[in-house]
Design a protein around this ligand. Structure first.
Ligand SMILES: [Fe+2]
Ligand SMILES: [Fe+2]
Length: 137
């Protein structure tokens, strides 16, 4: 049985929260297709698209960290690399496992991603909010 993902916490910086929602939307679309069993035709395309969206998000965050001289950039970047590796592996499974198994693997990735949002991304936001005046409302 498939289920839609937790979109993760709102961290309080609109640009990051919007980007997190964009990534969540891509993966939720796939999970919805798996749930409805309409997924066979384009599943490789949709997985590639979601993984690409996540990689774009990581690149965006890393630019923010570089430009703000974020001191934990190295550790944060390593976590991004691990998560991108998890996401890339989904591409290899896409043709070879059942819809339920693929959904389970996607959900494992999403859990790891949400944990990263709650910890490392939150630390980045706390740093940025302390360093810059950010109007998030
Ligand atoms: Fe993030
Ligand atoms: Fe991050």
């Amino acid at each position: 049985m498939c289920s839609l993902s937790d979109q993760g916490p709102r961290l309080g910086i609109e640009a990051l929260d919007n980007d997190h929602r964009r990534v969540a939307f891509e993966f939720d679309y796939i999970l919805g297709q798996l749930e409805s069993d309409r997924y066979d035709v384009d599943k490789a395309y949709w997985i590639d698209r979601a993984v690409h969206a996540f990689r774009q998000h990581c690149d965006f965050e890393e630019i923010v960290m570089e430009q703000s001289a974020y001191p934990a950039l190295g550790q944060h970047r390593r976590e991004h690399m691990d998560l991108c590796g998890m996401a890339d592996v989904l591409r290899y499974y896409v043709q070879n496992i059942s819809a339920d198994d693929l959904a389970s693997r996607i959900n494992s990735f999403l859990e790891a991603k949400t944990q990263h949002y709650r910890t490392s991304d939150q630390s980045l936001v706390d740093f940025l909010r302390g360093r810059y005046v950010i109007d998030s409302d």
